[in-house]
Design a protein around this ligand. Structure first.
Ligand code: ACO
Length: 363
């Protein structure tokens, strides 16, 4: 008999937060198409929507943005921790440890919107602090006049980012915020269901996120774009690759039987920005060429760009080092985790599935 694994098809909760429909290619956040939100709204507005259920009006948006801005600073004790964690620990492990350290203080059961704002605000600061420290660079303090996305890039580089880069990264962060009952979201809800605190639940989610089967970096796409190098090399490179029977990285998807809505939205953003940056230009050109050649070499398979292709393209265009891909995905997904934890607390019952004993009985 087949072993029971993976909870495939099991419904673990009702949720008002998002709908993921792989057959239709739909991703809905609280009644809005995620792709529209990514193109038309800012990180702060969509974060507010996911945690509160409605888009903010102007006053609510200003207040929410102010709350996020005022919550970015690291406590001194946390800085000391970040300074002593061994240099070889990858940033995801550092993030997991640092967030767990917030437990206590305001982080007690039940989860609150204030806690959600604090964790969402502080996470990029932790990433930037640790990244610069690890690379022997001076730490850059948050800049209060910058929005969440621009400030993240500023703290990493020490330079005011280009508006086109902020727009592209912002769209990626919005599309990465939420994706139903994925492994890290489920992990966070399980921890919270014991009436543990939000910091512990998010620390557990980060532990789940860092595994290569979940938040793994789209490094293969970067390798492909690096190897192609220029628009004129795209067609011969892709043809040669498909002739050899290789798979094109960043194309095809198991769940989405049609176009991946996240990739569609990111393509729109990338297309709008091409001309601003040679990497956006190259990504748009490679995607068009690859889809055309995949239809020629793999007719009837309906192979399109997946979210990894444009996520990698955007992160490459804005020169984010590969080691920051999964932490950046985490800075996006923390919003979805927070919304799920607030929802879990409203209907809380401890998660306690069963197992089927398949071992021997005592003689
Ligand atoms: N390049 C070339 N051919 C492909 C590709 C691709 N990227 N993806 C699928 N195919 C072909 C397969 O060779 C196969 O052809 P065949 O019928 O002649 O044998 C056919 O399309 C169906 O392929 P499957 O492996 O059955 O498709 P499946 O749904 O199982 O795979 C997967 C999905 C793993 C994502 C696949 O498309 C792939 O390997 N893509 C490249 C890797 C990638 O981009 N991964 C990131 C996915 S997005 C995410 O995880 C968030």
């Amino acid at each position: 008999m087949a072993k029971v694994t993976g909870l495939d098809g099991i419904v673990a909760a009702d949720t008002d937060i998002s709908l993921v429909d792989g057959t239709q290619g739909h991703l809905v956040y609280r009644g809005f198409w995620a792709k529209d939100l990514a193109v038309q709204y800012e990180y702060e507005e969509v974060a507010y929507l996911l945690c509160n259920g409605v888009l903010p009006d102007q006053a609510q948006n200003q207040q929410f943005t102010k709350n996020l801005t005022e919550s970015r600073q690291l406590p001194e004790a946390l800085k000391r921790l970040l300074d002593i964690i061994p240099r070889e620990m990858p940033i995801m492990g550092v993030l997991q440890t640092a967030i767990a350290m917030l437990s206590g203080g305001i982080f007690i059961w039940p989860p609150t919107k204030e806690q959600a704002i604090r964790i969402t605000a502080i996470l990029p600061t932790i990433i930037a602090y640790r990244y610069r420290m690890q690379n022997g660079l001076s730490v850059i303090e948050p800049k209060p006049e910058l929005g969440h996305t621009a400030n993240f890039l500023y703290m990493l580089t020490g330079e005011l980012p280009k508006p086109a880069h902020v727009k592209a990264l912002g769209a990626y962060l919005i599309l990465g915020m939420e994706h139903g009952m994925n492994a890290s979201t489920f992990a966070s809800r399980v921890v919270l269901s014991t009436q543990s605190d939000m910091a512990s639940a998010i620390s557990a989610a980060i532990g789940a996120m860092k595994g290569p089967l979940h938040g793994g970096a789209p490094t293969e796409v970067i390798a492909m774009l690096d190897a192609i190098g220029s628009k004129e090399h795209a067609e011969p490179w892709i043809r040669e690759s498909l002739e050899r029977g290789d798979r094109l990285m960043g194309f095809g998807h198991r769940i989405y039987k049609t176009k991946d809505p996240r990739a569609e939205a990111l393509r729109e953003v990338t297309e709008a920005l091409s001309g601003n940056d040679p990497w956006f230009d190259l990504a748009v050109h490679v995607e068009k060429t690859a889809v055309r050649l995949l239809a020629e070499y793999k007719p009837g398979r309906h192979l399109y760009a997946n979210v990894e292709f444009f996520a990698a393209s955007i992160m490459r265009a804005i020169a984010l080092p590969t080691e920051l891909f999964t932490p950046t995905f985490t800075a996006a997904r923390v919003v979805g985790w927070s919304a799920h934890l607030l929802e879990q607390a409203e209907v809380n019952r401890i998660f306690r599935p069963q197992s089927v004993y398949t071992g021997p009985m005592p003689g």
